[in-house]
Design a protein around this ligand. Structure first.
Ligand SMILES: NC(=O)C1=CN([C@@H]2O[C@H](COP(=O)(O)OP(=O)(O)OC[C@H]3O[C@@H](n4cnc5c(N)ncnc54)[C@H](OP(=O)(O)O)[C@@H]3O)[C@@H](O)[C@H]2O)C=CC1
Ligand SMILES: O=C(O)C(=O)[C@@H](O)[C@H](O)C(=O)CO
Length: 279
C-alpha cells in the first residue's frame, strides 16, 4: 500500500493528501464502493447533504473494521439551508443520516453570493463546532473575497476550501490565497470526470515518459502543487491506481507543461462560483 503524505491547515487540521469523493455513490452499491475504498487505504471520505448519501457513508464506516477515529468524514451544507437556525438543524440532520456523533469536517457547499446568507451559515458552523458536532469547519467554491468576509466578520478562518481543480482549471489565484492563509485547498473533480482532459496530448506524453496512467499523472500534478484531490472511483483498480500516484514524481518541467493547459473558462460545467448558485 502506498504511503499517503499529509497536509495541515493553520487551524490545526491534518489530513491525508488524497481523499475519496462519493458524488453519486448511493444505495447498496455505494456502500460497497466506499467500503472498498476504505479497505484500499482511503481515510478521508467526502460527502454532502445534497448527495443523499450520508447514510451510505455511515454504513460503509460501520462495515469497515476501522475505529471511527482513524477516519476523516466530511460533509457539506446545501444552499437552501444557509440561514443560521436552518443550518444548525441541517448539520444535526446530516449526523442523524450518517448515524455519527460528529463530522471531522463540514463545509458550506456553495457561497451562493446573491442569496447573501453564507456569513450566517459560517456563524452556524462555528456554533456547531463549539457544540462538538463538527471538529473542523471549512468552505467550498469560495473566492478569496468571500473568505476575507468570513474572517473579518467572525475572526474564524476556514480549515479547507474545496474547489473545482483539474488541468483545464488550475485555480492558481485561489490556491495562492489559501496557501497564504494556511487553508488546505481540496480539488473536486480532480480528474475532470475522466473526460476531455484525458485526451490531452501533453498529458498522454507525460504518462508515457513516467510509465504512469493519465489519471495518475493528473493526480500527481495536483499533489506536487500541494493540493488535496478527492477523486471518486467505483473501480477498485482505479481506487488503487490513484493512491499509487504518490509512488512517482513529475519533473518541474512536466508540472509546468500541465499547468500551462489552464484556460480562463476551464470549468467543466460553467460553474463559476461568483455567479453559479446551487440549492
Ligand atoms: N464541492 C463541490 O461543489 C463538488 C465536490 N465534488 C466532490 O469531488 C469528488 C470527485 O469528483 P467527481 O465529480 O466524482 O469526478 P472525478 O474527477 O473524481 O472523476 C470520476 C471519474 O473518473 C474515473 N476515474 C477515477 N480514477 C480513474 C483512473 N485512475 N483512470 C481513469 N478513470 C478514472 C471514475 O471512473 P470509475 O468510477 O469507473 O472508477 C469516474 O468516472 C466527488 O465525488 C465529490 O465528492 C464534486 C463536484 C462538486
Ligand atoms: O457534486 C457536487 O458537490 C456538486 O456541487 C454538484 O452539484 C456538481 O456541481 C454537479 O455535478 C452539478 O451538475
Amino acid at each position: 500500500m502506498s504511503t499517503i503524505p499529509t497536509v495541515s491547515s493553520n487551524t490545526g487540521l491534518t489530513l491525508p493528501q488524497m481523499g475519496f469523493g462519493t458524488y453519486k455513490q448511493r444505495g447498496g452499491l455505494g456502500v460497497q464502493v466506499i467500503t472498498q475504498a476504505i479497505a484500499n487505504g482511503y481515510r478521508l471520505i467526502d460527502s454532502a447533504f445534497n448527495y443523499d448519501n450520508e447514510g451510505v457513508v455511515g454504513a460503509a464506516i460501520r462495515q469497515s473494521s476501522l475505529p471511527r477515529e482513524q477516519l476523516f468524514i466530511s460533509s457539506k451544507l446545501p444552499g437552501r439551508y444557509q440561514e443560521y437556525h436552518s443550518a444548525l438543524a441541517t448539520i444535526r440532520e446530516s449526523l442523524y443520516r450518517a448515524q455519527l456523533d460528529y463530522f471531522d469536517l463540514y463545509l458550506i457547499h456553495w457561497p451562493n453570493p446573491r442569496q447573501k446568507h453564507y456569513l450566517e451559515a459560517w456563524q452556524a458552523l462555528i456554533t456547531a463546532q463549539e457544540l462538538g458536532l463538527i471538529k473542523q469547519i471549512g468552505v467550498s467554491n469560495f473566492l478569496p473575497e468571500y473568505i476575507d468576509k468570513l474572517i473579518d466578520q467572525t475572526g474564524v478562518q476556514p480549515a479547507v476550501n474545496q474547489v473545482e481543480i483539474h488541468p483545464y482549471c488550475s485555480q492558481a489565484a485561489i490556491h495562492n490565497y489559501d496557501q497564504e492563509h494556511g487553508i488546505i485547498t481540496q480539488a473536486w473533480s480532480p480528474l475532470g470526470r475522466a473526460g476531455k482532459v484525458f485526451q490531452e496530448p501533453v498529458i498522454q506524453r507525460i504518462a508515457q515518459e513516467t510509465q504512469a496512467s493519465v489519471g495518475q499523472v493528473i493526480l500527481r500534478w495536483e499533489t506536487q502543487l500541494g493540493l488535496l484531490p478527492i477523486p471518486c472511483a467505483k473501480s477498485t483498480a482505479h481506487q488503487q491506481a490513484n493512491l499509487a500516484s504518490f509512488d512517482f514524481d513529475l519533473t518541474t518541467q512536466q508540472i509546468d507543461q500541465i499547468t500551462a493547459l489552464d484556460r480562463a473558462d476551464g470549468w467543466m460545467n460553467n460553474q463559476d462560483p461568483s455567479v453559479y448558485e446551487e440549492f
